[in-house]
Design a protein around this ligand. Sequence first.
Ligand code: 2AM
Length: 170
Amino acid sequence: MRLFLAIRLSPQMTSALAEAQREMYRAGVRGNYTPEENLHLTLAFVGEYPRSEPVLDALSGLRFAPFRLRLEGIGCFGDLWWAGMEESAPLEALARRLRHALADNGIPFDRKRFTPHITLLRRARGEMPAIAPEGAAMTVDAVSLMRSERGKRGMIYTELGRISAADIAP
Ligand code: 2AM
């Protein structure tokens, strides 16, 4: 199985991002747009791993308080275009602690530096329009373990389990 840990987005956040994608399309940008239901924020990419339980077990001790996540701007890594987030100490801390928990439990993951982004499209062609899906925000109250499979019509992401935020003050 191909696994990753991600924050799933609220319907409002997803709509704001889908609207940004439509604006890009209207501005003439072509490429492989992420389907609305696949939009997410990855915290750690585990990659090929045979079972989900050890990953969930590794994270069972993770305690974090719910926190707000707010969209800010768009950017790119080459021809991969993404939506960015307002700088967030709780988000950085969550990614760091989650990655430590994986490492401590011998779960492999991509050690590339965490750069929070939500991929909007890949293989983008065209000029990046001056749009900004600003303002949309959500409360993060869980981290999801996701499986990624290649389907006939693109990637299929399935949630295999989740770690919920503890009811503690931020
Ligand atoms: P991306 O959107 O920037 O490609 C599922 O593939 C998720 O894991 C995507 O959000 C992807 O980020 C992320 N990811 C991080 N590292 C990856 C890697 N080495 N290979 C594939 N996906 C990776």
